[in-house]
Unconditional design. Structure first.
Length: 289
């Protein structure tokens, strides 16, 4: 019998004999990975929302119909306090506003019938000087109006910095807690098998063979927990995130590729963490066998 078949046979038999402990381990893995996966998807949605709010908080200059928006944008980019100046046609502005008129298309058509002016979206090199820069922009020839929500822009900047500072750190802490939880789950599942390890070693089984069986069991527990967490994430997407996306598609879009990548990561992560749990468990158990 090949070594792989030997591991598979003994691992399957061991998991079946200890079905209760195995099920408890899978449940803990399921909960931990599901929470981590959901947190990652929600963080992606929050990032998209903040990017949308940031785009709305940027200064927008509406150009007079007789002026050339491209020339004014080039003039603005030559100024030291301007990082970038992008021309946004009236049609592009309307397309961004379309999502706000869901179910009220007749109002949107009324906007389209009007002559919506071209605009220039300005991003400053130093946001703290934005208020002073606005006063100078108002005096630029060809600019009809300057739109700048100062308090809103400052709030969005604070939220964005907080999300960058705490979002990634919080997700990293949650991932670390998941790793620890999965390791504990696998350890608890295998700890009660110490007598079985002693018997195998007394019968002349090699330590490497005993380790291999329990490593495989840990990986199987991790994969099972990862697959179940994928189902939980998929239901979460269909019941909650997809509905939010349909309602606010102009704010954020949860790409299918991100969902599938998250689910794949949960399965692979569960397998790796389960394998690590099996490794550390058997190292300690064999040492004290």
């Amino acid at each position: 019998m090949s070594i792989v078949k030997y591991y598979a046979r003994d691992s399957a038999a061991g998991l079946i004999r200890n079905a209760g402990a195995s099920a408890a381990a899978v449940l803990l893995i399921l909960i931990s990975l599901s929470v981590t996966g959901a947190a990652y998807l929600f963080k992606s949605g929050v990032d998209d929302t903040l990017r949308y709010l940031d785009s709305q908080a940027r200064i927008k200059l509406f150009v007079e119909p007789s002026a050339d928006a491209g020339e004014i944008a080039a003039l603005l980019e030559s100024k030291a306090f301007v990082r970038s100046a992008e021309v946004e046609t009236g049609e592009q502005t309307l397309s961004k506003l379309k999502g706000l008129f869901a179910g009220k298309e007749h109002l949107f058509e009324a906007f389209r019938e009007g002559d919506f002016p071209d605009a220039i979206v300005v991003d400053f090199a130093d946001q703290s000087q934005a208020a002073l820069a606005v006063e100078e922009l108002e005096r630029v020839p060809g600019i009809a109006d300057v739109i700048y929500a100062q308090r809103f822009a400052e709030s969005v900047q604070i939220w964005s910095e907080a999300a960058k500072r705490y979002g990634g750190g919080g997700l990293a802490i949650m991932a670390a807690v998941t790793c620890l939880t999965v390791n504990i789950a696998v350890n608890l599942s295998l700890y009660r098998r110490q007598q079985e390890i002693r018997v195998k070693l007394l019968l002349g089984a090699k330590e490497s063979h005993v380790r291999g069986q329990f490593w495989l069991e840990g990986a199987i527990l991790g994969v099972l927990g990862g697959l179940l967490s994928c189902l939980a994430i998929y239901f979460l997407y269909n019941l909650v995130l997809y509905r939010i996306q349909l309602q606010f598609s102009y704010v954020f879009t949860l790409r299918a590729s991100l969902l599938y990548a998250t689910m794949t990561g949960l399965v692979l992560g569960g397998a790796c963490i389960g394998l690590a749990g099996g490794y550390f468990s058997t190292r300690r158990l064999i040492k004290h066998a």
